[in-house]
Every structure is written in C-alpha cells, then in structure tokens.
Design a protein around this ligand. Structure first.
Ligand code: NAP
Length: 279
C-alpha cells in the first residue's frame, strides 16, 4: 500500500514496544482492506507518556493503542473514559475525537467475549458456574465482561485470595471467591473455565490443574497465547471439552480501535491469525 499525504495514522505506545504484535496485526488489515493509512510502533518511555498522548491530535493521529507499562497511567491521562476502562482502571485504546480530545477505552473484555462467540458459539448459554483462575489485570477486564454477559454464577480463585476479593469488591459483583488449593474440585461442575493467570506461558511454570473431573461439555479458554496450545488447553481437549486459545482475544480486542481510526470494521480470519503468528 502506498501512503498519500492524507494517510490515516495510528500506532501503539509501549516501553519497550518491539515485542508488540499490534503493528503486524493492524498492518495486515490495512493491506487487506487497501486503506491509505499506517500503524506504527511508538517507543515511549514512562516519563514521556503524557507528552506523547497530548501530541496525538497535533500530529494528526487518529489515536493509538497503549500497552505495557502504560495502560494504568493512560487511564489517568485521557480526557474521557468508557465504562470498560473505568471497570479495569486501565486504557488500551485511545481515539482522538473530532474536537481533539482523547477518548479512552479498554477493549480486552470485548476481545475476550468476541473470541468465545466466534470460536465456541453458545458458550454463554451453557448451564453451570464460570470458574475464573487468576485475579490480575487481565482478569479484571475478563470478569467485568463475563458478569455483563453470563447469568450463571461466577467463581474466582487466585493464589492471593485477597486480590480476588478486592477485584470482586471493586467491580461490585456477586461472585464467590474460593481458595486456590480448591481449584481442582471447582472444575467438577464448571460450564466455562478461564485461565487468566500467566501460568503456562513460555518461561512460566505450568498451571497445576487436575482436569479429571471436568465435564466434557465444558468450554475452556486460556488468555495465554504463547504457546498457542497451552498444557491446560491440551488437557481440556483430551477430555473432549471445547477449547479456545488466547490469540483470538488479542486479535478481537484490536477491532474497535481499527474501526474508529481507519473507518472499516475488520474481521478476524484464519489468514489474519497466520499473519500475526508469522514469525
Ligand atoms: N490473550 C490476550 O489478549 C491477553 C490479554 C491480556 C493478558 N493476557 C495474558 O494473561 C496473563 C495474565 O496477564 P495479567 O496482565 O493479568 O498479569 P498480572 O496482572 O501480573 O496477573 C498475573 C496472575 O497470574 C497469577 N500467578 C502468577 N504466577 C503464579 C504462580 N506461580 N502461581 C499461581 N498464580 C500465579 C497471579 O496471582 P497472584 O495475584 O497471586 O500473584 C495473577 O492472578 C499473561 O500471560 C498475559 O500475557 C492475554
């Protein structure tokens, strides 16, 4: 795609930013839809975040994504926020409005739900509790989104129980917090199981979880996407459960930003997955 002087601009602010898959992801869509636009990696150190965000309208940027370690600080720096960002206390998508204001949202919950909708249709209608493992930053977005969608009971378990209690309090939810040591037992009646911990990721210990009582009708999803098929997903698949990997969440969370900046609703397709996995 050749850029013109009217090219629409967006990017991702992170520090470091070289690991981000977002330029590849948005670059694929720009090419695929033939859009006169660019999406750039923007290496912004923490002390420069405020100035960099404020510069977006001046530079003619339509907006940007915000990644580690800037998401919580960006929440305090944007002019206005969607409820999705307030629930999590973090912003991952910034859109410059027509009058030059910075509008922040958090699209992780949207990405999480959209991934399940696409890969495991009907997942939200199944009977039985949803069991969420973990209570970190990603869990906040996931739990807030789950609470807005699934009516069945929600059970949280986290190594540090207090962090799970805090999450439930902050989100004002009706949910049960169970001790981490009880996690195997919780699976016996689970309809949906979500791993939001970093366990199972390359370089991290595996998630120590016994799935021998998991109902084969369950849907199991992992936020970890490196490796794509985590030991948890492999074990769930072996029990006959429907499994959904974490890459789809990453791809789907990018959709609202792309549409706002570039004026095209993009699709998550096998070709996109392949392009993002590329290297
Ligand atoms: N697919 C996607 O689009 C997507 C989006 C966001 C995040 N993620 C992935 O989600 C994972 C979590 O990210 P995050 O931002 O929520 O991280 P985080 O805020 O650091 O939270 C980490 C979570 O993992 C738990 N944990 C870590 N080490 C553990 C251990 N040895 N034993 C038991 N629990 C342990 C923590 O428990 P404690 O509270 O007890 O420390 C906490 O619940 C990462 O792998 C990240 O890459 C994926």
């Amino acid at each position: 795609m050749r850029l013109t002087g009217h090219a629409k601009l967006a990017g991702v602010m992170g520090w470091p930013v070289g690991h981000s898959r977002s330029p590849r992801l948005h670059g694929y869509w720009l090419e695929h839809y033939g859009i006169d636009g660019a999406y750039l990696p923007l290496a912004v150190p923490p002390e420069g975040l405020k100035a960099a965000l404020q510069a977006l309208p001046l530079l003619g940027f339509r907006g940007c994504n915000v990644t580690v370690p800037h998401k919580e600080r960006a929440f305090t720096l944007v002019d206005e926020c969607e409820p999705s960002a307030r629930a999590v206390g973090a912003v991952n998508t910034v859109v410059v409005t027509a009058d030059g204001r910075l509008h922040g949202s958090n699209t992780d919950g949207f990405g999480f739900l959209s991934n399940l909708d696409q890969e495991a249709p009907g997942w939200d209608q199944t009977e039985g509790p949803t069991v969420v493992l973990g209570a970190g930053g990603a869990a906040r977005a996931v739990v807030a989104a789950l609470a807005g969608r699934r009516k069945q009971s929600l059970v949280l378990t986290n190594r540090s129980a207090e962090r799970a209690h805090q999450l439930v309090r902050d989100l004002g939810l009706t949910a049960t917090v169970m001790p981490w040591a009880e996690r195997d037992r919780l699976l016996a009646v689970a309809a949906v199981v979500v791993n939001t911990t970093s366990l199972g990721m390359v370089g991290q210990p595996p998630l120590d979880l016994d799935l021998s009582h998991l109902p084969p009708s369950a849907v199991v999803t992992d936020l970890v996407y490196a490796p794509l098929e985590t030991p948890l997903l492999a074990a769930a698949r072996a029990r006959g459960a429907r499994v959904v990997d974490g890459l789809g969440m990453l791809l789907h969370q990018a959709r609202p930003g792309f549409e706002a900046w570039f004026g095209q609703a993009p699709a998550v397709t096998p070709a996109l997955r392949q392009a993002v996995l590329g290297d």
